[in-house]
Design a protein around this ligand. Structure first.
Ligand code: PMP
Length: 399
């Protein structure tokens, strides 16, 4: 018998599979609103000027390529802490945050999941309904039972906060709750500051373990504003996990730059937690790659590059917001039989558009417009050249 004769074909990743179909589509007017990538008005993934400058300097410095420490670049990790918690956070001064460089946001989630699994193997993990698909898969793969908590109400196009609170109130102490710190993927619908305060209160009271995922800092309202939820948990002194990604905010998708930060109760605890995170990393990929981390550290730590990056990040954010406004206005102008004003209230790269799987199917077959079957569209892929086509096509499949 052949070793692999019983191996089953695993299903395609639905979003990446959609991408393959898109690439094979010969229609010149095709539009890809499926994948979660920011493209400029010219339809291309930008290479930020700040990144180019930092790369030029690094190339000129001709740095040898030794191994990084297991937890990554020190200047990178401390820059991550300042960005997430604010430079003035007392937790930084008290040494109460353990941060490790990670392979993107996904890598950060995985290191956190593996550490938590060793710490509390019987804990359940709760993810929002809906959520980024990989949340469930990743925590299941780490060995956890994953449940979901109510999040989105399709009728109100808003958070079903009462149901969320009711669910949290049933969870056993130690339950790990995955929270999108800003720019919820896939809905684009975030908690309000008041709702975040209530969540912090419940999490503390019920001794839940918050695991915040922040993959879009700077894409919602602003760099500081988008970190507000992280800072609320920090101020409350709750032992929390924070997975952050720079894939989008630095447009460095393929370089795999992110970090995992854990809020501890003391400096001594930080050392112990850090030692365990390093053990997980050592036995997974030994140590992180240099390039992306070095570039991000240089940008965050050099004032001129930092100012340039902040400017470019705000341009990306503003462009997305203007595409939201444009889409809503054009759908109205073409006489779509629904009010899309809710799209203007959503934040980040995505919108739960309210389109059904049938609408999405028609958009693809009749117009070459690709979206996820749940109706999620990537607003960050709209531009002045494709928005007319998209708005007209949506109007046609709806009316
Ligand atoms: N979390 C969320 C909510 C995301 O949307 C993404 C990226 N799509 C990630 C994590 C993963 O980020 P990365 O590509 O940096 O691994």
């Amino acid at each position: 018998m052949n070793l692999f004769s019983t191996v089953e074909l695993a299903p395609n990743d639905p979003i990446l599979g959609l991408n393959e179909t898109f690439n094979a589509d010969p229609r010149p007017t095709k539009v890809n609103l499926g994948i979660g990538v920011y493209t400029n008005d010219d339809g291309r993934i930008p290479l930020l000027r700040a990144v180019r400058e930092a790369e030029k300097a690094r190339l000129e410095a001709a740095v040898p390529r030794g191994y990084l420490p297991i937890d990554g670049i020190t200047a990178y990790n401390s820059a991550v802490q300042k960005l997430l918690f604010g430079a003035a956070s007392p937790l930084l001064a008290q040494g109460r945050i353990a941060t490790v460089q990670a392979l993107g946001g996904t890598g950060a989630l995985k290191i956190g999941a593996d550490f938590l699994r060793r710490l509390n193997p019987s804990a359940k993990v709760a993810v929002s309904n809906p959520s980024w698909e990989n949340h469930r898969a990743l925590f299941q793969a780490a060995g956890f039972e994953v449940v979901s908590y109510p999040y989105y109400n399709a009728e109100t196009q808003d958070v079903d906060f009462t149901s969320l609170v009711n669910a949290f109130n049933t969870y056993a102490p130690g339950t790990i709750v995955i929270l999108h710190a800003c720019c919820h993927n896939p809905t684009g619908v975030d908690l309000t500051p008041e709702q975040w305060q209530q969540v912090v209160h419940i999490v503390k009271e019920r001794q839940l373990v918050p695991f915040l995922d922040i993959a879009y800092q700077g894409f919602g309202v602003g760099i500081e504003e988008d970190a507000a939820a992280v800072r609320l948990f920090a101020e409350a002194g709750i032992n929390s996990f924070i997975a952050n990604s720079f894939s989008k905010s630095f447009s460095l998708y393929g370089e795999r730059v992110g970090a995992l930060s854990v809020i501890t109760s003391s400096e001594a605890e930080t050392l112990r937690v850090l030692s365990q995170l390093k053990l997980v990393i050592r036995t997974t990929y030994s140590n992180p790659p240099t390039h992306g981390g070095a570039i991000v550290a240089a940008i965050l730590n050099k004032p001129e590059l930092r100012a340039l990056w902040e400017q470019e990040l705000s341009e990306m954010r503003e462009r997305i917001l203007s595409m939201r406004g444009n889409l809503v206005a054009k759908l109205k102008q073409y006489g779509a039989n629904r009010d899309f004003e809710f799209v203007n209230r959503q934040r980040g790269m995505f919108s739960y558009s309210g389109l059904s799987a049938q609408h999405v199917e028609r958009l693809r077959t009749e117009f070459g417009i690709y979206a996820v079957s749940t109706g999620r569209i990537c607003v960050a892929a709209l531009n002045t050249r494709n928005i007319e086509t998209v708005a007209q096509a949506i109007t046609q499949v709806l009316n």
